[in-house]
Design a protein around this ligand. Structure first.
Ligand SMILES: [Zn+2]
Length: 308
C-alpha cells in the first residue's frame, strides 16, 4: 500500500508540475545572463556574443527549429560591428503564430571603482527568462498556433537589433504569419498595480490586452500603460514590428516612479522578485495555452500611427 501511494504521488507530481517553470529555472537564466562574467552584455563585445550563444543553446534544448538557415543566430552589422539576434520557431497545427521577444544586450561597464558592471538583471534578462520560459513550457505540447521566439540585440543603442531582424527579408516567411508579438521588457519587480500584474504599452491602439485579460488565468492582469507621456510604445523593440503592421506591444512591470535600478549597477539578481516573475511567466504561458487561431485575432484601431 505504501509503495502504491508513493507511486501515485510521484505520478501526480509529474502531471501537476511538469510543465510549470520553476523558480530555480528562472533564477538560473537571469543569473547566467546577469552574471559578472557577461560584463553587461554590451553590443560588439565577446560577452554579448556569449549571451547570444547561451540563449541559442536554451532554444536547442527546447527543440525549436531555426527561423532561417542552419542556426538560431542571425548576424547583422551596425557601424562596422557585428552581432547576432537569436530566433527560434515551434511549429503548430497552423502557420499562424504568436511571437515572444525580449532584448538580451545591455549597457556594459563603467570605469568607476567598486561595482562597475551593469548586470541588467531586470533590463532585460527578466524578459529573456520569460521568452525561454515560454519555450520550456510549450516544449512537449501540441499547439494550434506556431510560436516564434526572439532575443534581440543592440536595443540599448537604439532598437538596432530588432530593426535589423524585422527588416531581414529572409525572415519574411516567418513574420508574415505573426498574429501578435508579446515583447517582454523589464518584469523583475512588482508593478505599481501589485503582484501578478503587468502593464502594456499602446493599450489604446488595439484590443490585444482585452483579449488576453478575458482569457487570463490565476488572476493575471494586464493594465493600461500608466506612463503614457513616455511614449514607450514607440520607444521599445515592438515598434519595429508595428511598422510592419504586426500587432506588437511591450509588456512590463517596471514602476517608473520607483525604479532606481534602471540603467544602474544595482540592476542585478538581488532586485529580482523571483516569486512574482515566475508566477507571471507561468500565468502567461497558461493563458496563451487557451488561445487558438479562432478565439484570438487582435486588431489595431485607427488611433495607431504606422508612420513615424
Ligand atoms: Zn535598458
Amino acid at each position: 500500500m505504501k509503495k502504491l501511494n508513493l507511486f501515485l504521488f510521484i505520478n501526480l507530481s509529474i502531471f501537476s508540475f511538469a510543465q510549470e517553470i520553476s523558480k530555480e529555472r528562472v533564477v538560473n537564466i537571469v543569473s547566467t545572463l546577469a552574471s559578472d562574467e557577461m560584463k553587461g552584455r554590451k553590443f560588439g563585445t565577446p560577452e554579448n556574443d556569449k549571451a547570444a550563444e547561451y540563449i541559442a543553446s536554451e532554444f536547442k534544448k527546447d527543440n525549436l527549429d531555426y527561423c532561417f538557415g542552419d542556426s538560431y543566430l542571425i548576424p547583422f552589422e551596425y557601424k562596422g560591428q557585428k552581432g547576432f539576434n537569436v530566433c527560434g520557431i515551434k511549429k503548430g497545427t497552423s502557420e499562424k503564430s504568436l511571437a515572444f521577444s525580449g532584448h538580451f544586450d545591455h549597457i556594459g561597464t563603467n570605469n568607476k571603482s567598486g561595482d562597475n558592471i551593469y548586470n541588467g538583471a531586470d533590463d532585460d534578462a527578466s524578459g529573456i527568462s520569460t521568452v525561454i520560459g515560454m519555450a520550456d513550457y510549450f516544449k512537449d505540447k501540441k499547439t494550434d498556433h506556431s510560436m516564434v521566439f526572439m532575443a534581440f540585440n543592440a536595443e540599448e543603442i537604439g532598437l538596432i537589433g530588432s530593426k535589423a531582424l524585422a527588416n531581414d527579408g529572409k525572415l519574411n516567411p516567418v513574420f508574415k504569419n505573426i498574429t501578435a508579438l508579446f515583447n517582454f521588457e523589464m518584469l523583475a519587480t512588482e508593478s505599481q498595480f501589485g503582484k501578478n500584474a503587468v502593464f502594456m504599452t499602446g493599450d489604446e491602439f488595439s484590443d490585444f490586452d482585452e483579449l488576453i485579460n478575458t482569457n487570463a488565468v490565476n488572476g493575471l492582469k494586464i493594465y493600461p500603460d500608466p506612463y503614457k507621456t513616455e511614449q514607450l510604445f514607440y520607444r521599445s523593440d515592438n515598434v519595429n514590428f508595428v511598422k510592419k503592421k504586426i500587432i506588437a506591444h511591450s509588456i512590463s512591470t517596471v514602476d517608473m516612479n520607483k525604479a532606481t535600478h534602471y540603467h544602474a549597477a544595482t540592476d542585478d539578481i538581488n532586485i529580482v522578485d523571483v516569486e512574482n516573475l515566475t508566477n507571471i511567466i507561468n500565468n502567461f504561458a497558461k493563458t496563451i495555452e487557451k488561445l487558438n487561431t479562432k478565439n484570438f485575432a487582435p486588431k489595431y484601431n485607427d488611433k495607431v500611427n504606422f508612420d513615424f
